[in-house]
Design a protein around this ligand. Structure first.
Ligand code: EPZ
Length: 424
């Protein structure tokens, strides 16, 4: 098993190029199922989760040419609508094939996704929305078996009592294939939802309310969509936020390029409240650390445009260096504090009370052996190790490889002392 070895204390400098957003690319890849012709995708992040979903599409019979940050996906030859356990279990976002398979083919079987380290992650909202559109849903042998009515799915008004990114995405893709109009109330508003809406619009689907919590989709009755222009994945706001956090925790001035500043607002606001400043120009941002010590911060995670839960662990790592006590409340997931005990192994002083973490000031962090538990927790450990005195070894970094393209290469290019090692 690989592990990362990091010598802390280096100041970073230079420019890092941010890649395409994993969480935008996954629904876009799933949406290619709605077409019977090849679709060109650009600026894909070259990470494990993308390769896993492309493998699933191939297992369904799609033709996939994938090279680094580009892919050509042809779901014309798609011959199966059964998404098998061994792939879905590797990546729960595979559930995003449910809506498009059902919408286009009228029937499908998709393995129930495992939960994961950060929580139970149910899919009840996904299933309820599809039932509202006429689908019959049965859970049998660990699979969701969904069947549309003979005449296909029909439009409906879907009211989500909780905002869900995945449920909004599955519902959008099914609604694109339905007869009639679907209104989604309390829809997620993440930039990745907007990218999916824009892709469906480019395929001829009319959608009103893009960017808001109320989306109205006019379905085309199940005719395959044609995406004539390549789809370019938006920059990854969480990868960008992770590098901003690296600049903050090491008190370094670094520049990020290929970013969408608009998507970073809530992250920039919190870093600014800690004393950081930014110089922003076209698609570029230069991060400046505070002149004195980082100030404490209070964070409550929320759906977009609020502070993203996917940045909670990273900002907690930065907060371990702050002068005062920070309070971080996790409102989206029930178990997203597994990085706390590992950060405390590095010398942090973090206390948990329910879903609130109190991050108390410490003078220094000290290198240690730690273990990654989930994708974003692992990046928080890397950040803390960059600031810790001495050597840290971070194990189970397969979690990192799911969502960060060449993290150690990009950090090394910024001046960090970081190497990927093979355990003996
Ligand atoms: C997406 O997951 C992201 N993943 C997650 O990023 C992100 O943390 C999450 O949205 C919240 O922003 C992808 O986009 C691939 P949700 P998703 O449905 O869609 C509950 C990362 O690190 N819920 O918005 O699964 C759920 O349990 C990953 O890149 C239900 O109760 O998240 C959670 O508490 C981690 N029933 C809340 O809603 C449902 O049917 C938000 O989940 C669906 C969700």
């Amino acid at each position: 098993m690989d592990y990362l070895e990091i010598e802390g204390g280096a100041e970073l400098s230079g420019t890092v190029r941010i890649g395409g957003a994993k969480n935008a690319a996954l629904p876009v890849i799933a949406a290619t199922i709605l077409s019977d012709r090849p679709v060109k995708l650009e600026n894909l992040p070259d990470v494990v989760d993308i390769r896993t979903l492309l493998k699933l599409l191939e297992r369904l019979g799609a033709k996939v040419e994938h090279r680094g940050n580009e892919a050509l996906i042809d779901c014309g030859p798609l011959s199966s609508t059964r998404a098998v356990y061994e792939i879905v279990a590797q990546m729960r976002a595979s559930i995003l094939v449910l809506g498009p398979l059902l919408g286009r083919f009228g029937e499908c079987e998709v393995s129930l996704p495992g939960g994961c380290a950060i929580g139970q992650r149910p899919i009840d909202l996904h299933l309820k929305a599809l039932e509202n559109m006429g689908a019959r849903i049965e859970i049998k042998g660990g699979y969701v078996h969904a069947i549309a009515p003979e005449e296909g799915l029909h439009g409906a008004t879907i009211v989500f009592d909780k905002i869900s990114v995945g449920a909004t995405e599955n519902t959008l893709m099914a609604a694109a294939m339905a007869h009639g109009t679907t209104t989604i109330v309390n829809a997620a508003r993440e930039p990745e939802i907007t990218q999916l809406c824009e892709m469906l619009v480019s395929g001829g689907i009319s959608i009103e309310g893009i960017g808001t919590g109320r989306l109205t989709v006019t379905g085309n009755g199940g005719n395959p969509l044609h995406f004539s222009k390549p789809i370019r994945i938006i920059p990854d706001r969480i990868e960008a936020g992770t590098y901003l956090a690296a600049g903050a925790i090491t008190y370094s001035r670094i520049t990020l390029e290929n970013i969408e500043v608009e998507h970073l607002q809530s992250i920039l606001d919190k870093l600014e409240s800690m004393g950081c400043t930014f110089e922003i120009s076209e698609g570029k941002l230069t991060f400046n650390p505070p002149t004195g010590r980082l100030r404490e911060v209070n964070i409550v995670t929320a759906e977009y445009p609020g502070f993203p839960t996917d940045m909670q662990a990273q900002l907690m790592a930065v907060a371990t260096m702050a002068a005062g006590e920070s309070l971080i409340e996790e409102r989206l997931f029930e178990n997203r504090f597994m990085h706390v005990s590992e950060l405390n192994r590095l010398g942090a002083d973090i206390w948990l009370k329910g879903n609130v973490a109190a991050v108390r000031p410490v003078e220094k962090l000290y290198g240690a052996d730690v273990m990654a538990t989930d994708l974003r927790a692992s990046s928080a450990l890397v950040l803390a190790a960059l600031a810790a005195e001495g050597t840290s070894r971070i194990r189970r970094i397969y979690h990192l490889d799911r969502g960060y393209e060449d993290l150690e290469g990009k950090l090394a290019a910024l001046g960090a002392t970081i190497r990927r090692r093979k355990s003996k």
